[in-house]
Design a protein around this ligand. Structure first.
Ligand code: GDP
Ligand code: MN
Length: 300
């Protein structure tokens, strides 16, 4: 430690490049976690980016479910951190804000709870990023706790695009009831391009009302990245987006440093991750998605 207890960081020298590994750029992987999914942990540990350059940050709700997840996470961490390939640093936060009572899929996806749920998620994400980002962080990867499968090169692959914000396409594996065949289907509909209809709906809302995507009651006709997946297409195909989900999104840390966060209030009638995309764009950053680059969500 310097004698005078002053640490100097020249943010001008902090690089954020497609050659991140060569330049030893530090990555902060952030995960809000209501449950611990072992496959998520296994997948995270298989990422091939240098773990010495990776810091992990978690935020868990102050509920019974959160207590349970915390125990599992801590015991998983104990094993990993005593091995080679341990991460540089791990921070676990307990939420001071509220969270939903029921995390059952049908309850948490009901239209009437979206504003409340997404707004609580926004507060949790903001606490997480503002408490864990350091002056040495070059990149932030938002990775949900139920993303159970991705390429091992997830970080390098997303970094290679050199975009301020870039989202993978979140799919889900399932077994077709009729054919008994294993198949895949779109999961996250929050990666979208704004539409005339979407803007029209927003224009008719009261100040405190929001537009949420993926509900028939609110037909936006927005082009959804989930529907642009082409199994035979180039995995590096890019698509400009106006809204993103939180499943697997890589953000240049400067975007957050400049003030882009997850609005817990209607921002252009958008909140949480979709509001974040809007805020990044208002700050002058472009937002992209990779329709043919899939990661997989846990199937409850
Ligand atoms: P969905 O996939 O859109 O249905 O959203 P999820 O319920 O999976 O939530 C997104 C992410 O936030 C996942 O990583 C969850 O584990 C996590 N999560 C969900 N609810 C809470 C909460 O109340 N507090 C915190 N800290 N994390 C949560
Ligand atoms: Mn999820």
């Amino acid at each position: 430690l310097p004698k005078n207890h002053i640490s100097h960081y020249d943010l001008n020298k902090l690089t954020v490049t497609p050659d991140a590994l060569v330049n030893k750029e530090e990555v902060l992987i952030l995960t809000p976690m209501s449950k611990f999914v072992p496959e998520y942990w296994a997948n995270l540990n298989k990422l091939s980016y240098d773990h010495n350059l990776i810091t992990l940050g978690f935020i868990l709700p102050r509920t019974k479910e959160g207590d349970h997840a915390l125990k599992s996470l801590e015991s998983a961490i104990k094993k990993t951190q005593s091995n080679q390939g341990k991460f540089k640093k791990i921070t676990i936060l307990r939420q001071d804000s509220n969270s939903l009572e029921s995390q059952l899929e049908k309850d948490r996806h009901a239209l009437k709870v979206q504003k409340e749920r997404r707004s609580m998620m926004a507060l949790a994400r903001n606490s997480l990023v503002f408490s864990t980002m350091s002056p040495a962080t070059s990149w932030v990867l938002w990775l949900d706790a139920d993303i159970i499968e991705s390429p091992q090169t997830l970080l390098q692959d997303l970094m290679a695009h050199d975009k301020p914000v870039i989202s993978a396409n979140v799919y889900q594996r399932y077994v077709d009831d009729k054919t008994k065949q294993e198949s895949i289907r779109p999961y996250d509909f929050n990666n979208w391009v704004e539409s005339e209809e979407g803007l029209k709906i927003a224009a008719g809302l009261k100040d405190d009302e929001i537009v949420v995507e993926g509900y028939a009651e609110m037909a936006t006709y927005r082009p959804l990245m989930a529907h642009y997946y082409d199994a035979n297409g180039d995995v590096s195909t890019e698509m400009a987006l106006d809204g993103v989900g939180g499943g697997a999104v890589l953000v240049k840390a400067d975007v957050h440093r400049d003030g882009a966060m997850f609005p817990s209030f209607p921002f252009y009638h958008l909140i949480e991750t979709e509001g974040f995309a809007k805020m990044a764009k208002r700050l002058g950053y472009d937002v992209f998605g990779l329709p043919n680059y899939l990661v997989y969500h846990f199937n409850e």
